[in-house]
Design a protein around this ligand. Structure first.
Ligand SMILES: O=c1ccn([C@H]2C[C@H](O)[C@@H](COP(=O)(O)OP(=O)(O)OP(=O)(O)O)O2)c(=O)[nH]1
Ligand SMILES: [Mg+2]
Length: 151
């Protein structure tokens, strides 16, 4: 693997933990809760991770749900993936939602509830034109390649 990108991290709460890759080669570094949270079915809560970062220009952070908690308990993020701009210096917060229709979910301080993926990004220069260049797809979208015919 290439050399890791250095990202300064400041902990904003006592007992908070820096983002941590569970295994070598993982794309997502786990983010933990700084407080206990109880979510009723379909309830959401914006909660802190105790982590502030300075992502270098040319990169961004994307906060994704964790698939185990999603599969077992229906935990997700309202705005998945959340976007962490390179210029953002505040605490990373996660907008958790309990998508289980019947069972409340209790999460504890220190639980790994989301994961931060750092990726290169480009800023586009949006150029107004009268005609867009042609393409095979053209204006077809929203199932134009045959969605709905699968089982
Ligand atoms: O899950 C998230 C998503 C965003 N942010 C922080 C970092 C990000 O840089 C900032 C703004 O996020 P975004 O641009 O998605 O939100 P907005 O509603 O457009 O707010 P703003 O007007 O501040 O850009 O909020 C988080 O802490 N967690
Ligand atoms: Mg914004």
């Amino acid at each position: 693997m290439s050399d890791p990108l250095e990202v300064p991290v400041r902990l904003t709460a006592a007992g908070a933990a820096p983002p941590r890759y569970a295994l070598p080669g993982d794309a997502g570094a786990d983010l933990t809760l700084t407080e206990d949270v109880r979510l009723a079915p379909f309830e959401r809560a914006l909660v802190g991770t105790g982590v502030a970062v300075a992502i270098p220009e040319g990169y961004a952070g994307f906060v994704h749900p964790r698939s185990g908690l999603a599969a077992r308990h229906g935990l997700s993020l309202v705005n998945a993936p959340g976007t962490i701009d390179a210029g953002y210096r505040g605490e990373i917060k996660v907008n958790l939602v309990n998508l289980d229709p019947t069972t409340p979910l209790t999460l504890r301080r220190g639980d790994r509830v989301a994961q931060l993926v750092v990726q290169p990004v480009v800023q586009a220069r949006f150029v107004p034109v009268d005609e867009l260049p042609g393409s095979v797809r053209g204006e077809g979208g929203h199932g134009s390649t045959g969605a709905g015919q699968e089982a």
